[in-house]
Design a protein around this ligand. Structure first.
Ligand SMILES: NC(=O)c1ccc[n+]([C@@H]2O[C@H](COP(=O)([O-])OP(=O)(O)OC[C@H]3O[C@@H](n4cnc5c(N)ncnc54)[C@H](OP(=O)(O)O)[C@@H]3O)[C@@H](O)[C@H]2O)c1
Length: 342
């Protein structure tokens, strides 16, 4: 039986240990992917440290993969031949960290619907930066009822508020919102403004400026924009609600929150605030992932309409570097996606 190395969570709040695991062959609709790059996300250390979304230990975490198809199961589209270079969302969270499905290993099982073939111009490191951000962006649009086929033009004067435009999620939200035709207002630290503009934001505001809310409101009024939608990528609900309340048209405004809503989280009349999550209904979720990864991301990369974001920082050490990488992530990053090379 073939084996491969994995960074295994052996128990709650334990550092990952590098262990040999048996390599399972892909079932119907699944791919076995040879992992070349892994990007790190905060859910990875939340699962490791607290046991959140872990059915039992040993467990393997991790979502973001750049790699190569090694073997396709039955009922997999012919696009995914062995050797195909891909960007893939490993379903660790949705499989409650069952070891075959986490990204933190040399070989991982991933449903074909979670996988995008990548052009030769996209590196494995770049491929790894995108899946979680794309899935979270589109989960947000679905959560707040924004139709997939939204296609505004600048003359429609429809604004999109993106709080945290230099974050991993926010940087993809900016790109997606621009493609849907919104005039995009984002926040980021001043040093990241040019970068967030390069992704398509029309205006970028410094979230550290005490008058940031009023500056955004004044600019939007000057630009004649209505903001019916917003996406809070980093946890600034009160500011987002204050701005949307001033700038919405008739009817409620809709705010997607990537961070969980807690008892006591801010609420504001006229602003419908929802936590971002993919459909939990199996068939609908399968269709969503297929559209987001097999269709949308593939097309946008082929047409060069989105770029991997934000900037990449490689953490040395391969699988051994994951604990260190998660410590860096926990301490806070700015406009940076941490990537492990396998
Ligand atoms: N609901 C879901 O399905 C889901 C999925 C993925 C992630 N998430 C959550 O989404 C959040 C973002 O994740 P991520 O990986 O995108 O984060 P990240 O890349 O680690 O976020 C770092 C960025 O956050 C920005 N930031 C921090 N505080 C800010 C503030 N008060 N206002 C504006 N920007 C601020 C920083 O901007 P500057 O450096 O420019 O200041 C920095 O660039 C996390 O809480 C994560 O747990 C949720």
């Amino acid at each position: 039986m073939a084996t491969h190395l994995a960074a295994v969570a052996t128990g709650k709040d334990q550092p990952f240990e590098i262990q040999d695991r048996q390599t399972r062959m892909p079932g119907p609709g699944e791919l076995l992917i040879g992992v070349k790059s892994i990007a790190l996300n905060s859910i990875d250390y939340k699962c490791r440290d607290t046991g959140f979304a872990v059915a039992s230990f040993p467990a393997v975490m991790g979502s973001d993969v750049g790699g190569v198809v090694l073997k396709a199961g039955t009922n997999v589209p012919s696009t995914f031949k062995p050797g195909t270079r891909v960007s893939a969302f490993a379903p660790a969270f949705f499989q409650r960290c069952a070891p075959d499905y986490g990204a933190f290993q040399q070989k991982v099982i991933i449903p074909a619907r979670n996988v995008t073939p990548i052009p030769d111009t996209i590196s494995f490191n770049e491929a790894a930066t995108m899946p979680m951000a794309v899935v979270t962006t589109w989960s947000g649009w679905w959560t707040i009822g924004l139709p997939r086929n939204t296609a505004f033009s600048p003359s429609d004067k429809q604004g999109m508020l993106v709080w945290g435009g230099s974050s991993s999620v926010g940087s993809m939200v900016v790109q997606s919102a621009k493609l849907l035709g919104f005039t995009v207002y984002a926040t980021a630290s001043a040093k990241n403004h040019e970068y967030v503009k390069s992704l398509g934001a029309d205006r970028v505001f410094d979230h550290k400026d005490p008058s940031v809310e009023q500056s955004m409101i004044d600019a939007a009024k000057g630009d004649g924009l209505t903001f019916q939608y917003g996406y809070d990528a980093v946890g600034a609900l009160q500011s987002c609600q204050n701005i949307l309340k001033e700038l919405k048209g008739s009817g409620p405004a809709h705010l997607a929150s990537a961070t969980p809503l807690m008892p006591g989280s801010p609420t504001t009349d006229g602003i419908d605030t929802k936590f971002v999550v993919a459909s939990l209904e199996e068939e609908e979720q399968a269709e969503q992932f297929s559209f987001w990864m097999n269709v949308w991301l593939k097309e946008k990369l082929e047409k060069n309409e989105i770029v991997p974001s934000p900037k990449i920082q490689v953490v040395e050490g391969g699988l051994h570097g994951i604990n260190k990488g998660l410590a860096i992530l926990k301490a806070g990053v700015s406009c940076t996606k941490l990537v492990i090379e396998i």
